[in-house]
Design a protein around this ligand. Structure first.
Ligand code: NDP
Length: 290
């Protein structure tokens, strides 16, 4: 795919983000992230989603540097982990992510999990944005309840909310809330994290046959037409390539309506569940090497 054809989406802060990117969750830092990101960039992706808690920011940064593509042509997202919440800790963590990525600025920086001193973190992010270290700032995993709890305390409205989203979990109430404030939804698990039941849904298979596409492309195209920002992850060349070949066909309104009926209203992860913060804090230690 040539880079000219990647559509962009306008954020509420004036920046434009490539509508499709490349996800890097669960790609290890043993050279695999470097290879996958380098390949994705060579194939035309211009948007990479990482996080300090993925432990691969250094390889993402090296792949970007070695790609030879001018820095300003690549959109880089990273995220702050729960251990670094509060103003001071967040400010230091932003510097550490910049160092690991080998960048002077990050295009989009997110509060990865919405618990604890979220307002303190947000103030640190606003300050880093004013200083030019972060271009856009946003949140992740905010349900309507968590959004209403924290965002009214913020001076700036987040540019995005990155949440679980795929045909099985279409986030209708949240999308209404976000649309009212011109906040864009980014999808994590856009392919249901490789959910075979989703790929094998009869309507998805029928559309794949009709358009000579695969199930992944139908799912990603549906999400794109729903104005959701996507960044599928794969370590396989053929899928890295095919996942972004979704701009040469269009689903009809009737087909979109059919795909909307796959919504179950539920995802794999419920950020409102009691104990989530503790479980997540126990899952990743981003300071293990300090
Ligand atoms: P995805 O929905 O992108 O699914 C990735 C899985 O699907 C992998 O197992 C991959 O396998 C498989 N896959 C990829 N393409 C295809 C295809 N065309 N056909 C069949 N299987 C396929 O899940 P992710 O969790 O990775 O979500 C995407 C990105 O979102 C992450 O990488 C990360 O950047 C972000 N994210 C953010 C979270 C947050 O809390 N903010 C949480 C989770 C993810 P293989 O690699 O073997 O090809």
């Amino acid at each position: 795919m040539s880079t000219e054809v990647i559509p962009t989406i306008q954020l509420n802060d004036g920046h434009t983000i490539p509508a499709i990117g490349f996800g890097t969750f669960q790609i290890p830092d043993d050279g695999s992230t470097y290879r996958a990101v380098k390949e994705a960039l060579a194939l035309g992706y211009r948007h990479i989603d990482t996080a300090v808690a993925y432990f691969n920011e250094d390889e993402v940064g090296r792949a970007i540097k070695d790609s030879g593509i001018p820095r300003e042509q690549i959109w880089v997202t990273s995220k702050l982990w729960l251990q670094d919440y509060g103003y001071e800790a967040a400010s230091r963590a932003i510097e550490r992510s910049l160092t690991k990525l080998g960048l002077t600025y990050i295009d989009l920086y997110l509060i990865h999990q919405p618990y604890g001193d979220v307002p303190g973190v947000w103030r640190a992010m606003e300050a880093a944005q004013k200083a030019g270290k972060l271009k856009s700032i946003g949140v992740s995993n905010m349900t309507p309840t968590l959004w209403q709890k924290f965002v009214p305390q913020f001076e700036t409205i987040p540019a995005v909310n990155q949440v679980e989203f795929n045909p099985y979990f279409q986030q209708r109430p949240l999308r209404q809330l976000l649309a009212a404030q011109d906040v864009k939804l980014e999808a994590w698990a856009p392919l249901g994290q490789g959910n075979q039941a989703l790929f094998n849904e009869p309507i998805i298979q029928q559309l794949a046959a009709k358009y000579h596409k695969d199930a992944g492309q139908i799912i990603l195209r549906f999400e794109h037409q729903e104005s959701v920002i996507v960044f599928p992850k794969s370590i396989h060349s053929a899928r890295i390539k095919s996942n972004q070949e979704i701009f040469d066909f269009e689903l009809t309104m009737a087909e979109m309506a059919q795909l909307r009926t796959l919504d179950t209203g539920k995802g794999q992860h419920d950020p409102d569940m009691p104990g989530v913060q503790e479980r997540l804090l126990g899952a990743f230690d981003v300071h293990a090497d300090d």
